[in-house]
Design a protein around this ligand. Structure first.
Ligand code: PMP
Length: 387
């Protein structure tokens, strides 16, 4: 048995390390999709989503198969032919919205930030004042760079000019402050495998009453991702009655439900604070060893992903060497910084101890690869951050 492999710490951007209770919740051999046990788990998960996104009963929650991308693409359910859309993109996953909408008969405009930054609130405001957009999309935490967008302030500035505001919270929900209702966000979405700490397989959304009015019969969505087809299932399940449109990943829903229960036990404010603490420890460690973070400004630092700029070492070598130290991290995927950085994911059930282990393994790895790092100083800075 390879001990290191077996004890590996997963500091990835999703799927993340999964709590045992969550995994065990999916180990069921005999639950049908109409069973009381499944219907109850589904109903509780729908309620759990309202807590997670901080919305009341006026918001309609959806749990659909797939993940972040299916949740994103299902947003086409609120569009009709010729609608105008503005995508606010801070990187690879912001750009994904453009690629999705290009497949549909709509008009897409976009604003893009350079790697490590986010599109300024002023430029979004200027754009929405020039043209009436049916829908505007934001990415709360851009996973490709670890940049956090100021959602609350941006939405406040533009809400009067647009019909539907959508936020991709795939790398934020469950780890960053998210108040969909207070912030007047119409559609907030995420996936099961990130800060919620469940396995991949589910796209999760909450939709405001205002946006639900746009869920029309003549919408442009594909058959499978048309939320009009999923709505009766959600409504029926919430009333405790089984329903079918297409088979749901039953076992993954049990695991999601357990994760949502654990989140409610921890309390969302405590969970956000824990993520803040872990992220702060990681950043202190990175800066302490003398390296730079991809996100350009402290207000763009996220609780969930930290991009680490490399000076000499190649990203691929860092990834393969740090695994030998018992830690798995993620490659940098922003095209303009390809090969020049790595990402540390810190979401789900992460602890400050995980941060210290990651920093110490990174120091050793980088030194071995010829990077000019101050070995020991990263750990020292991380420890002093914590104390
Ligand atoms: N949006 C963001 C911000 C993401 O990080 C990801 C996945 N990394 C997605 C969307 C797509 O999610 P999925 O891979 O589950 O389709």
């Amino acid at each position: 048995m390879d001990l290191i492999k077996n004890k590996k710490l997963l500091m990835h951007v999703g799927p993340v390390d999964i709590y045992e209770e969550v995994l065990y919740a999916g180990l069921k051999n005999n639950v049908g999709f109409t069973s009381e046990e499944f219907v109850n788990a589904f109903r509780d998960s729908l309620k759990g989503l309202r807590y997670l996104f901080q919305v009341d009963d006026t918001y309609q929650p959806f749990i659909i198969p797939g993940g972040g991308t299916s949740a994103m693409e299902s947003v086409t359910s609120f569009l009709t032919k010729g609608d105008k859309i503005l995508v606010v993109s801070n990187g690879v996953f912001g750009d994904r919205w453009i690629n999705i909408f290009k497949k549909y008969p709509v008009e897409v405009d976009y604003l893009k930030a350079e790697a490590g930054d986010y599109v300024s609130i002023d430029s979004v405001k200027e754009k929405v004042k020039q043209k009436h957009y049916k829908l505007v999309t934001f990415t709360h935490v851009e996973t490709s760079t670890g940049v956090r967008h100021p959602i609350k302030d941006s939405v406040k500035e533009i809400k009067d000019y647009v019909d539907i505001v959508v936020v991709d919270g795939v790398s934020s929900v469950g780890a960053e402050e998210v108040k969909a209702e207070d912030w007047d966000v119409d559609i907030y979405l995420t996936a099961s495998q990130k800060a919620i700490g469940a396995p991949p397989g589910l796209g999760l959304l909450v939709v405001s009453e205002n946006a639900m009015k746009h869920l029309r019969e003549d919408n442009i969505a594909s058959y499978y991702l048309d939320l009009k087809n999923w709505l009766p299932v959600m409504r029926s399940m919430e009333e405790g009655k089984a329903a079918y449109f297409s088979t749901l990943p039953v076992h993954t829903v049990f695991m999601l439900n357990e994760a949502l229960k654990l989140i409610q036990d921890e309390g969302i404010e405590n969970r956000v604070k824990r993520h803040e603490k872990v992220a702060g420890t990681i950043r202190a460690g990175i800066e302490g060893m003398g390296l730079e973070i991809v996100a350009k400004r402290p207000d763009a630092y996220s609780n969930t992903v930290t991009g680490v700029m490399l000076r000499k070492a190649k990203a691929q070598d860092v990834l393969s060497e740090i695994i030998k130290e018992g830690v798995e991290i993620a490659p940098g995927v922003h095209p303009s910084l390809q090969g020049k950085y790595v990402r540390i994911g810190h979401m789900g059930w992460v602890t400050p101890n995980d941060a210290i282990i990651t920093i110490s393994a990174l120091e050793r790895t980088l030194k071995r690869l010829g990077e000019d790092v101050r070995v020991g100083e990263g750990v020292r800075a991380a420890q002093s951050y914590l104390t």
